[in-house]
Design a protein around this ligand. Sequence first.
Ligand SMILES: [Zn+2]
Length: 321
Amino acid sequence: MRRTLATTVALIGASALALAGCSGGDDGGASSGTPTVVTSTNVWGSVASAVAGDKATVTTLYTNAEGDPHEFEPSAADTAKVSDADVVVLNGGGYDAYMEKAVEGSDIPTIDAYDIFQGDHGHDSQAGSDSGDHDHGDHDHGDQNEHVFYDLPVVAEVATDLANTLAEKDPANADAYRANAEAFGTKITGLRDDLATIKKDHDGTEVAQTEPLAGYMLAEAGLVDASPAGFTQSVEEGQSPSAADRAALEDLLTSKTVHAFIYNTQAVDSVTEAMLSVAERSGVPVVKFTETLPDGTTDYVAWQQSQIDALSAALGNHAAH
Ligand SMILES: [Zn+2]
């Protein structure tokens, strides 16, 4: 439909542009009324809302600020919401496999953040930094880490893709969607500037986390995730870390080898709680990160801003400003 319109405009010339604009809403097949975007977690819901503004409706399946979204199983009503969607935004990479399954075989336009991530990072995930890379392997930004909602460039790209998809569904509001995505992208750039400031002051500093949650953000901030890969993987999979991995992490904390401990408040068990106590006893600053939006927060940028501020404060500010 888009292609037909573009071809027509090209044929009849620029003078017809205004006319074509006036009839933009009537291409056959586009649903009438307010488009509905369905997302898996409220993190992707908050990104979608930033783009949708008051022109499209956003429905989110997972909103529990306490639970573990890895363990979420949708109801039949949830799945029905997905099939009724005009556009779906999902994380992908196995994080919300129920969404991938729900859109399988349908023609609902779907934005898959992990696909975007793979397209962007196919060749440069280890490049760039010349400090601190020698022994940290691939456990925090290898292609197994599906927490791409902590990868800020990917999040901005999801917003742009969603704006373009909504613009096709709802041409009358195309400019609004694109302007919203652009404004969102500007705010993401602001967050990235803050990560660059952390990197300037703390490049190569070792930190630890309980789950691979913040891996991409830590990498952009120049921080090295020293946590035993076996520990973070076990927590992510809802299993108990091995005694050896637990001892290794405990050692990193008691020796203060790591300068901050990033604690996922939504993947908690007796072992992560024990590590939290070790960190507190050892005087390693604890930074609490969440996997979905905390209660009372609906804005993606505000959420990440407060987490980045907490991380920066934990590392201590020795910048000269
Ligand atoms: Zn997770």
